[in-house]
Design a protein around this ligand. Structure first.
Ligand code: PSU
Ligand code: MN
Length: 285
């Protein structure tokens, strides 16, 4: 079925066949989330971290309408500066594939492709969520819907404060998605360790997280799991400091009428400029 559309890198295919650990990585963060060349440097550095821990990385993206499970270094480099790379979430797969275009997969898109390939774990920076003002705009990331239905565990540094974090957590609760705070009592807010939101599930070891993932699977409970892992203290930008910058970026987005899938990349890029690159460094950490 969907096998017709997947190109699984031989190293990844072998690892999956042998039951070795494979970790999926997204490509929207490369094409739309970070500027060149930091994007490619980071993407390759993260792959090395995964290898250093004994697992096989599988960066996922779409090239010429083919879903790549485990992009090569050259493919990652290409995606890092190519133009006309579509940001691909659930709704965009049929279009990007039928038109044989290039596409960078979001968290939702990467979960879908990882699941097709049989990869159960996926690591990224930040997930999409409920945007501030969603009551009016209805802007809720498809990432949350995907976490509701697709059996992939997503490890990240929390949701960025460009989002309405309490509303995002409510949405995840309604959707039945376990949200784990790793080694901390609060849900981290990406740039900062603290969001003011107390975690309902704190776990402190990989074994505890692994047990939770296995039990959810054995119980046949559909949907993903979100593991939030806070930024190291020395790298964080305190909430009070970043929030003013984010407010300003959101104001500019409103003023300029930025909409739909362009909002998140716009905000990330403005926050980076307004912090003179400091947010990008925190992003990488
Ligand atoms: N948040 C970040 N960095 C990112 C993204 C989100 O801190 O790069 C990307 C991810 O790919 C995420 C997507 O899945 O943006 C969400 O976009 P939207 O809000 O349009 O659903
Ligand atoms: Mn949106």
């Amino acid at each position: 079925m969907y096998d017709n559309y997947l190109d699984v890198n031989p190293e990844v295919a072998k690892a999956l066949e042998e039951g070795q650990p494979v970790v999926a990585l997204e490509s929207t963060i490369i094409a739309h989330g970070m500027p060149y060349p930091k994007n490619v440097e980071t993407a390759l550095a993260v792959e090395e971290v995964i290898r250093g821990n004994g697992a096989v990385p599988a960066t996922i993206g779409i090239l010429g309408g083919r879903i790549k499970i485990g992009m090569t270094k050259e493919e990652i480099e290409y995606m890092a500066h190519a133009e006309n790379v579509m940001k691909v979430s659930r709704r965009d797969f049929p279009l990007v594939i039928s038109k044989k275009m290039d596409g960078a997969t979001t968290v939702a898109g990467t979960m879908i492709a990882a699941h097709m390939a049989g990869i159960k774990l996926f690591v990224t920076g930040g997930i999409g969520g409920v945007h501030r003002g969603a009551g009016e705009s209805f802007d809720i990331s498809a990432d949350l819907e995907e976490l509701k239905m697709t059996d992939v565990t997503v490890v990240c540094a929390g949701a960025k404060a460009i989002l309405d974090i309490p509303a995002t957590l409510e949405y995840l609760e309604t959707s039945g998605v376990p949200v784990i705070a790793y080694g901390t009592d609060e849900i981290p807010a990406f740039y900062s360790r603290s969001s003011g939101q107390k975690a309902n599930c704190r776990l402190d070891t990989p074994e505890e997280v692994g047990a939770l993932i296995s039990i959810k699977e054995e119980l046949g409970l559909k949907g993903g799991i979100l593991v939030t892992c806070p930024i190291p203290e020395k790298d964080e930008i305190p909430a009070g400091e970043i929030n003013g910058v984010i407010d300003e970026a959101i104001r500019e987005a409103d003023e300029q009428g930025v909409k739909g899938k362009d909002i998140t990349p716009f905000l990330l890029s403005r926050v980076k400029d307004l912090t003179e690159g400091r947010s990008l460094e925190a992003n990488i950490k």
